[in-house]
Design a protein around this ligand. Structure first.
Ligand code: HEC
Length: 128
């Protein structure tokens, strides 16, 4: 090897390491993380609901809503089913606070599609 030979080998190895590092899979958002985005940006659930002291005044606060409905419905699966049915058809699947909000009706969000609705349910299940 000439005087620059080992430098080239080191550079080649460094380049290889960089390529290997770039190949590492990028962390994908979880269903709950995707759900939070839909909840906030697309469905804008906080135009009516309050969470962590932010949001509208026209609907029950969603702080602790997972704990509440897991307890009420008897498990995570049943709570998720309630959230799902409530998002699709709130009129026929009301929560426990409807009487407190006589002037607001939650609209159906069926237009979001099953996948996004499922993600939103996963997000709601993190609100303990
Ligand atoms: C136009 C206002 C409005 C919007 C927007 C809205 N909601 Fe509601 N939501 C209500 C009202 C009013 C109630 C109480 C009556 C009922 O339970 O149907 C409610 C109840 C709920 C409950 C039951 C809470 C409890 O403690 O009983 C959940 C869960 C819920 N909404 C989730 C959502 C999610 C998720 C979104 C967004 C996809 C959303 N809401 C968007 C008005 C709204």
């Amino acid at each position: 090897m000439g005087p620059w030979g080992s430098g080239i080998v080191v550079a080649a190895i460094a380049a290889l390491i960089v390529v290997v590092l770039l190949e590492e899979p990028v962390a994908r958002p979880s269903p709950a993380e995707r759900g939070e985005l839909s909840f906030r940006k697309e469905a804008m659930c906080l135009t009516c609901h309050i969470l962590n002291d932010r949001g509208g005044q026209n609907a029950p606060p969603l702080d602790g809503v997972a704990t509440k409905f897991i307890g009420l419905k008897g498990g995570r699966g049943q709570a998720k089913k309630f959230f799902h049915d409530h998002i699709i058809d709130p009129k026929n699947n009301p929560g426990t606070e409807r009487a407190k909000y006589p002037f607001t009706q939650m609209p159906s969000f069926i237009g979001l599609g099953e996948e996004k609705i499922d993600d939103i349910c996963e997000y709601l299940l993190t609100l303990k």
